[in-house]
Design a protein around this ligand. Sequence first.
Ligand code: GDP
Ligand code: MN
Length: 395
Amino acid sequence: MDLFEYQGKQFFARYGIPVSPGDLARTPEEAVAVAERLGYPVVVKAQVQVGGRGKAGGIKLAADAAETRAHAASILGMDIKGHRVEVLWIELASDIAAEYYASFTLDRLAKQHLGMLSSRGGVDIEQVAAEDPDAIARILVDPVDGLDEARCRDWVEAAGLDRAAVDGAVDILGKLYRAYVDGDADLVEINPLILTTDGVVRALDAKVSLDANAIFRHPDYKEYDATQVRDARERAAHEKGLQYVGLDGDVGVIANGAGLAMATVDIVHQVGGRPANFLDIGGGASADVMAGALEVITSDPNVRSILINIFGGITKGEEVANGIVAALARVRIEPPIVIRLDGTNADQGRDILRPHLSERLELAPTMIAAAKRAVALASAVAPAPGGSSTGEEDR
Ligand code: GDP
Ligand code: MN
């Protein structure tokens, strides 16, 4: 769950991390009203969940009301790497003496938290890592031990921040670690962490990604879930309660269970195809669920074949088959469908499907055969603008 900068700053503030005062604005007039309250100069900041807003012209300093209005008007509606700016964050501008980088995330290989700190902030950290890897001081923190102040201070020394920034940075990094752990974040990043000309250290930007599985511990995170940026397909799937992740291939994938869905995505790759999505329909495979899954998948114009991979455990084969048949009677599906149905009562399920088979609906005996067939169909089908049906009523 990614937060906007302003939400990330509110999140930081709860843990005592200093940020600049500011407020949201949705129109140039609101921007001026906020600026008048804060005093000048202010920074007008595009709120989109993508980095490099500064370079894209989405961050502008304004010295007075006229400049604030002009910048707000030009940034609102701007497209930054495919994200449209609808909200601005207006904050009191800082006088910057130095820009640093700080973050915590999980190092899955080390099974520990990874802290990264650099005296080269304000720029793309990937670029720093590529050009000058020694400019990033890393620490691994065992979650059981935590991060004590002495170790944190050594880390700051190792990163070579300016002397005047050391105490402030140690304080902020301790708080950032608490925010990361207690807030159940997957990532907390401050870029830039600044030293001001009057010797204060504070967070000038905030990139926070929270673990959506921890919402039960933080009921207030529902508000962040509500502002999540999802593409149209993901939004439709989310509303239907389906676990859907859009990918960029052309073979639509439906499977029951996250493990089988991942294996299906893998096998499509293995036989030379490209999955259009990951979609786990979970335990049941009722007509409702199946119809919803097919609707979501076919709303993606890139999908040229569909692979339904069901292994019945508690879910019985005949229920799945009935669900598919009923769903196909309800939703009109253009791309050809290949079904692999195995597990509990698979024979009964296949018997139910058999009378409905056609060149648009096929059964395959195994998972790999189904994947090969779906991939072959995806590469064979010419994109059909307005796609006319072949007149088969019961496919
Ligand atoms: P990003 O480009 O999306 O990472 O947006 P940031 O919030 O990090 O801002 C980009 C750059 O704008 C920073 O690295 C600063 O150099 C500059 N900037 C942002 N806020 C201020 C400010 O209050 N004062 C000054 N002087 N520069 C700022
Ligand atoms: Mn930044």
